[in-house]
Design a protein around this ligand. Sequence first.
Ligand code: ADP
Ligand code: ZN
Length: 518
Amino acid sequence: MVESPQIEEAREALRRIYGFADFRGRQEDVITRVLARQSTLAVMPTGAGKSLTYQLPATMLDGTCVVISPLIALMHDQLRAARANGISAATLTSADADWRETLDAFRAGALDLLYVAPERASQPGFRDLLGSTKLALFAVDEAHCVSEWGHDFRPDYRQLRPLMDAFPHVPRLALTATADAHTRGDVLTQLGIPEEGLVIAGFDRPNIRYAIRPRDALGRQLAQLCDEQTGPGIVYAPTRKKVEALAEQLASATGRPVLPYHAGLPPEERAANQAAFVSSEDMVMVATIAFGMGIDKPDVRFVAHAGVPKSIEAYYQETGRAGRDGDPAVALMLWGAGDFAQARMRIGEVDAERQQGERQRLDALAGLVETPGCRRAVLLRHFGEHPPETCGNCDNCLEAPEMIDVTVLAQKVLSAVYRTGQSYGFGHVQKVLTGADDERVRSKRHDQLSVFGIVEEEESRLLQPVVRALQVRGHLAQTDHGGLKLAGDVRDILGGAIKIAISKPPERTRSRKRRGDT
Ligand code: ADP
Ligand code: ZN
């Protein structure tokens, strides 16, 4: 990092303009580089204060900072905030009526910040407009959108490089909250930023306790969480229908105020529910992932996932809504093998060139779910950090799972699926393996198979977790009718070259099922 005498000046401006005592995290490093006119990619989690890293230099540097931002709503939020701090800023979007004034101010060099969408920036006339005044900086927000590896590819971002190349002396600052190593490398290349320009800020959220468990009694598992974590919480469910059903179930099981939130509700109701949640101290919001963006509620005590999120990035973002006040909070993911099976099926339906990236994203998520080690370490490594092996504040660190080798049982499962014709569901396969006295098994002559009855009684309780592990790893898939079929390469498992281990499931305790458990 180069020494910059300007950073003291910047600190002074930070206090004067924003009233903040000091820089946070790696803001100082990013701003030092920007003031030295060095192109930079800042990877910082949401809420770390990325906007400030271009806004503040924009007020100090000679010329205008052009900010590329993908959402009009976001731009207008930023605009309001910048103006409230006395920074001279404007937006050029389809929603603005003051284009003339903005263009005049821009050409006159009177703007510190000009916000535009990538679609606008890629129009031919825009380059001429930029040439009409002095530029201080290009800031590219949500920079992962430039990468096809990112989860949010926006083709217009690809036009930014030629635009910026036309102004080779103007430094670039790309910003993103979500970039795994691959996407990060891609962003650097696509936006022409040197590798040494990468600044990664700490992603750790030490007050969040991560826990990831199979979903065996969703209603009961969530009700228990609501009992243990008394403050406000968010439960993410995969579909609108699930949201409605779970909200009802939790309301009656917990006696807490519970509201639903999803894109299918009328806008007024959504707004009302959100407002009620923000001001409540004990409400549970059951929602699709449509909920949470831009919501400022620091005292959320838990975030639960009733199904697997889309990726590790999505998981981090969604769980990151818990415990913003720094007090202890819980992130609980309740996953089912079917979640992974379905996700793998959906990957088969996307464009061929995106499949590899999607598959890697899902494998990374499966790695997080399956790890017997520290969850936080897996998360932070994914974001390019070098965390300690254990954190002491995740399920696996607090209670190390006992691992058991189930390779032989996995081989038996795969053979049974194969020999019964790869079309039967778990129940049938289980009956065959345990040698159940069953009419359907007999009528299909599956009692004649070599795999009939090869699994002992005490081993049989491991069958479900083994099938789950095989599904998560993509060795078993679901047929259109819910049956099991082999997938990927299973030879190494059948040959014994790959061992399968799972964490030992808890001893089965007799418990009364609550009504409506799924
Ligand atoms: P990001 O874009 O990284 O998600 P924002 O730029 O929206 O984050 O900043 C998040 C919040 O943190 C804002 O309310 C901002 O004013 C505040 N903030 C940023 N930098 C500092 C700082 N150095 N000290 C205190 N608060 C800060
Ligand atoms: Zn841990």
